[in-house]
Design a protein around this ligand. Sequence first.
Ligand code: PGA
Length: 257
Amino acid sequence: MKPLIIANWKMRMLPIEQQRFARTIVRAVGSASDTHTLAIAPTFESLALVGEVLKTTPIALCAQDCFWEERGAYTGEVSPRALKALGCRFVLIGHSERRAYLAESDEIVARKIAAASAVPGLQPILCIGEDLTARRDGGYRAFLKSQLAAALKRVPKSAHIRLVIAYEPLWAISTAAELTGIKGHSITPEDCAEVYRFLKKTLARTYPHVSASILYGGSVDASNIVSFVQQGVSDGALVGGASVHLAQMKKIIFLFK
Ligand code: PGA
């Protein structure tokens, strides 16, 4: 399977800037898609604009969130089916910033995962990750296991789904200080590999109906991801802050060859 790199632009640019930057990315790295899959996650209101730029390229469109109902009186929400209609191949669900700033609960995440995975051709990217307390006291495995259980509880065992899991330890993401009040630390490839083994074992044992690849996210940039790639730790990366810098993106993408 090709490595997957998701550029999560968060709310960092205006629509016109996102359209322009998408064009720049296409020119700079659009041809590198034989070796990996690249997806860009613009803001909701820019999905159509950026989607238009990506339409004839191998770069995929990814939404940063979705709602769990297909249609109805849900002011301000966007359904997974609407995302698919806009050309999205991926959708982020349960991002730590949404969990922190919008009080997105495990129950909400579970509903969104079930709704998005029911739309053919749309792949949910489930974001999970422990906080610093769970990492320090060794409770991170239990933490991750319960986040996984909560997120997958509404997916029927009879439905075989493909899922991407983005492992983003809360204490390692670049916005850690804003989310937790504690400055971000970085995880070592060895610690990350240990978490991956644990997640893969848990998935195989408890969720055989879920085929998952696992990405690493958390302050990823062109220098700290090198050792992850060299040690074959990750199936790809969820890149936030560095994804709005062309030079960084170019380096990250070519590292994953
Ligand atoms: P970061 O963000 O790379 O800026 O830490 C990653 C993410 O939260 O998607």
